[in-house]
Design a protein around this ligand. Structure first.
Ligand SMILES: Cc1cc2nc3c(=O)[nH]c(=O)nc-3n(C[C@H](O)[C@H](O)[C@H](O)COP(=O)(O)OP(=O)(O)OC[C@H]3O[C@@H](n4cnc5c(N)ncnc54)[C@H](O)[C@@H]3O)c2cc1C
Length: 594
């Protein structure tokens, strides 16, 4: 079974050349985020991912987790690895320095995050949810709550959870029913939450829940939802742990993948009401929770990238060893990497992974600019860009992850379908990524409704303009770049046509627009990914021209970008045709004919 090795060369390249770390490190507060610091951090993170987290991945898949007498049990190897994670200070890498974090950009955090997720997705979900809780508390909680909870969450000594889902409230959070009743300086929370990731465990002394609930007199719908911080153990004035709060796990789910990530049913208030503290304002909880959900959506997209990378490494290594058949014109036995169709599969994986990495990291960098810049126009532009790209990263990248982890099995032939090889786990683990943090359908609706139509397409037009402006740089690379240049221009045109079509149809035929949303999401991902691949190829061209760096790496960049242009970007044709077909057949079929 292949060990995970972090793709440090590509990570460094994307961080510096495409996502612009040198520019980020000019922003106030990021002066220390330089290349000198980046390299040792990535190298140490890579070692940690390969040597500490990676070896626990299969153990978690095989042992899973369980609840006995109200206590969640995960493999002891998980607890040991998590303790080392805390001792190494990884949780605080991109957390505020005011709470003992390192204050590094989310861009660098995205690379280490990718490594954790590639090494062990089930375990690394725990710090992932924690980082969302940290951000939400930092932005929306009172100073008092921040002082008590943030240092312990930033160090990883306690972990945070996100508690939205209830049996009747999944995609539709307007249906949340968990109750919060005012009681002095706090609230009493009661009701049931389901599917809460790492909702309880014994890896840390305390677990801090961020819970959506409704006040007794709250208005119906999303305008009546408030956010509460509910610790498993209450915290005394001196910071020590006090009484057990009234929140208990009753069961964990048995799942297709991520077996050792406890997906918990949590009961609040069976013994009189769990004590909870308001975060943000009453009835404004969903807006606060969006801080957590937006970060989590970017992170889940990166989980898709990470598990795809892991599947790719296994497929590549297998293909270099497995001997089967002969290549045309030869009587020698061939290793399967010599067969054209296996090349097609590996290049599909490699090129989409590189496109995803670039798309995710530029989104993280936009978040960093939004957070750190003192220029109001730059902040507005960065916020617009990160908001536009977030559903693309989450929706497109997780759908692609399913495709790529499936190809990973295919490269292995029958061996891939057998659990011992380990690659079936990546496919099983990847399936959840298109579901949690908002399904692909919800991401598509978000992209079309809130990110494109809500601002009359202005944010998307600005992105399209940037893509168009880049054509001059590609033209300067000469005829060798024609196939890349033409394919990117065609992808751009299709995205532009589809955007104009949506804007035209929005008022008169909203159902047709909803039907087009999925294809629009996939078109956007495919075209934006192509733009990023072309940017990478253009940088590589310049480096080769000046004999800078590793020539083989840069030549591979150009070949991979050309493959994406020739074999992946044409997918945009199918998407734009489906979008603009004006058909409504999915809605036309009577329900009794399904
Ligand atoms: C392993 C796991 C871990 C999870 N972790 C957490 C967690 O930590 N915290 C938490 O709060 N929740 C968590 N969840 C819940 C998860 O976020 C929800 O399952 C998800 O949001 C979908 O909700 P649902 O399951 O109710 O599906 P539904 O909302 O019932 O959706 C079913 C189908 O209908 C589609 N659909 C629904 N509404 C629309 C619409 N308006 N337009 C178009 N299509 C629509 C969906 O796309 C989907 O295909 C977890 C779930 C799982 C399985």
């Amino acid at each position: 079974m292949t060990e995970y090795t972090a793709p440090l060369g590509d990570m460094n390249f994307v961080i510096n050349e495409l996502a612009g770390l040198p520019e980020l490190s000019k922003l106030p507060g990021f002066e220390h985020a330089t290349d000198d610091l980046l390299e040792p951090i990535l190298e140490e993170a890579s070692r940690f991912a390969s040597e500490v987290l990676g070896p626990t991945n299969v153990i978690g898949d095989q042992q899973g987790c369980s609840v006995t007498d109200g206590v969640v049990k995960v493999p002891s190897e998980f607890s040991d690895a998590y303790q080392l994670f805390v001792e190494s200070g990884w949780q605080g890498l991109d957390c505020p320095q005011d709470y003992d974090g390192m204050g590094l950009p989310a861009l660098i955090g995205s690379a280490t995050f990718e490594m954790w997720q590639a090494a062990n997705l089930a375990l690394s979900l725990c710090p992932m949810l924690n980082s969302g809780a940290i951000d939400t508390i930092e932005l929306h909680a009172t100073d008092e709550l921040k002082q008590v909870y943030l240092p312990k969450l930033v160090s990883g000594e306690w972990t945070g959870t996100m508690d939205l889902t209830e049996p009747q409230a999944g995609s539709d959070l307007a249906k949340v029913r968990v109750q919060a009743v005012p009681d002095g300086d706090h609230y009493r929370i009661s009701g049931t939450k389901i599917f809460i990731t790492w909702g309880d465990h014994e890896m840390t002394e305390n677990v801090v829940h961020l819970v959506l609930a409704r006040l007794p007199d709250a208005p119906e719908g999303v305008r009546g939802i408030s956010l509460f911080l509910v610790p498993k153990f209450l915290v005394n004035d001196d910071g020590s742990l006090g009484d057990r709060n009234d929140v208990y796990v009753t069961s964990v789910e048995h799942k297709l993948g991520i077996h050792a990530s406890p997906t918990c049913v949590l009961n609040f208030g069976d013994k009189g009401g769990a004590i909870g503290y308001l975060v943000g304002k009453e009835n404004r909880g969903l807006a606060c929770m969006f801080t957590m959900m937006n970060l989590a959506r970017l992170q889940v997209g990166i989980q898709g990238l990470a598990v795809s990378e892991r599947a790719y490494q296994a497929a590549r290594d297998f293909a270099k060893e497995r001997v089967q058949g002969q290549v045309p014109g030869s009587h020698e036995s061939a290793r399967i990497i010599q067969h054209a169709d296996v090349r097609r599969m590996l290049m599909t994986m490699k090129s989409l992974i590189e496109a995803m990495r670039a798309t995710a990291y530029i989104t993280a960098a936009a978040l960093d600019v939004a957070h750190q810049t003192e220029d109001a126009d730059d902040r507005a532009a960065a916020l617009e860009r990160s908001a536009l790209l977030t559903p693309v990263v989450k929706g497109w990248m997780t759908e692609v992850a399913l495709e790529l982890t499936s190809i990973g099995v295919q490269v292995h032939g029958g061996t891939g379908y057998i659990e011992e090889t380990g690659v079936a786990q990546y496919l099983r683990d990847a399936k959840i990524l298109t579901i949690y943090e908002g399904t692909t359908g919800i991401q598509a609706n978000d992209l079309v409704g809130r990110k494109v139509l809500a601002d009359s397409g202005k944010g998307m037009q600005r992105l399209l303009q940037e893509m168009a402006d880049f054509d001059a740089s590609l033209a300067s690379c000469g005829p060798e770049f024609d196939s890349i240049r033409n394919a990117v221009a065609t992808g751009h045109k299709r995205l532009e046509d589809a955007t104009n079509w949506l804007l035209g149809k929005a008022q008169e035929e909203p159902a047709v627009v909803n039907l087009a949303a999925f294809d629009y999401l996939m078109l956007a991902g495919t075209a934006i990914g192509g733009w990023q691949m072309a940017r990478a190829a253009e940088v590589a061209h310049r480096k080769l021209a000046t004999s800078e760096g590793n020539a083989d790496f840069y030549k591979a960049k150009i070949i991979t970008a050309r493959f994406y242009a020739e074999e992946v970007l044409p997918r945009s044709a199918g998407h734009v045709e489906a979008i603009t077909s004006d058909g409504n057949s999915a809605m036309a079929l009577p329900e009794d004919q399904f």
